[in-house]
Design a protein around this ligand. Structure first.
Ligand SMILES: [Zn+2]
Length: 280
């Protein structure tokens, strides 16, 4: 495989879920009110200002509530992928439930945008060695690529053995491209390049250095964000400290960091990134 090293265009990806979808044990109380559009509007404006087209992985559960937003984003030239239906860990599901939920989400999204959905991103990057079977089901359901594997070890996810490069995975249902979330070696350790909580935790200079290092060695990087990370006024609810920190740390830093990121690097969709890697 040959990388296009000049004018590197990285992949900008968005996991479209509301602020409470990543919060464990969310209840029915009035505090869990939908507010997806607050962060989404800010994000779309920032991307528009730089003419960036991104890949938006939609949670199936949100399609019926926000069909107008989904259609607006698809009509603006962004790529639409699937982020599952219920935002549960895949390795806690049976293959049968995963298949049913993914099919339901794929069809709900596809019916609104009027075209096939090619890409998939698992909630919590939860394709690990315990849910490797999911790739065969994704291929069976017509997905051509997945971008769910974080090739490090983490308390909630990770598949360190996968490696840092995109790979074509052969399953019994056919071939599927796996585009792992970007990590790089730093001081002997593999560290996530950036995205989500890492983007909020890292000083911006560290994110920039990571992406530059990645593009020099591995080619284009995969960046990811959630709309709620641009909504610092979202309600604070209590849960375990690890998840609390991951969710709420430095929310007010996301927008200024993102403005700098979009000025420093060129971004496009994941589908474009895959095409550029396979066409040369
Ligand atoms: Zn998610």
């Amino acid at each position: 495989m040959v990388f296009l090293m000049s004018g590197v265009r990285h992949a900008f990806t968005v996991d479209v879920e509301d602020w409470y979808h990543g919060i464990p044990g969310r209840g029915e109380s009035d505090v869990y009110l939908p507010r997806l559009e607050r962060g989404l509007e800010v994000l779309l404006q920032l991307l528009d200002r730089r003419s960036v087209k991104a890949t938006f992985f939609w949670l199936g559960e949100l399609v019926a509530r926000h069909p107008d937003w989904l259609l607006r984003i698809a009509s603006s030239g962004h790529e639409i992928g699937c982020h599952g239906w219920s935002h549960e860990f895949i390795y806690k599901m049976s293959p049968q439930r995963f298949r049913e939920e993914t099919l339901r989400a794929r069809d709900a999204i596809g019916n609104v945008i009027g075209r096939a959905v090619e890409g998939y991103r698992a909630p919590y990057f939860s394709i690990t060695k315990n849910s490797w079977w999911a790739l065969e089901i994704l291929s069976e359901l017509g997905f051509t690529y997945d971008s769910s594997i974080m090739p490090i070890r983490n308390w909630r996810y990770g598949l360190p053995a996968f490696g840092q490069h995109p790979q074509a995975v052969e399953t019994k249902s056919g071939r599927l491209w796996e585009i792992p979330i970007s990590v790089r070696r730093c001081l002997g350790f593999k560290v996530p390049v950036s995205g989500g909580a890492y983007f909020r935790l890292y000083p911006y200079a560290f994110t920039r250095a990571n992406i530059r290092a990645h593009e020099g060695v591995l080619g284009p990087a995969v960046f990811y964000l959630h709309p709620w990370e641009l909504d610092p006024e979202q309600p604070r609810v209590g849960f375990s400290w690890k998840e609390w920190c991951t969710h709420y740390v430095n929310l007010s830093s996301t927008q200024p960091k993102l403005e700098r990121l979009l000025g420093d690097f060129a971004f496009g969709t994941l589908r474009e990134m895959i095409a550029s890697r396979t066409a040369v």
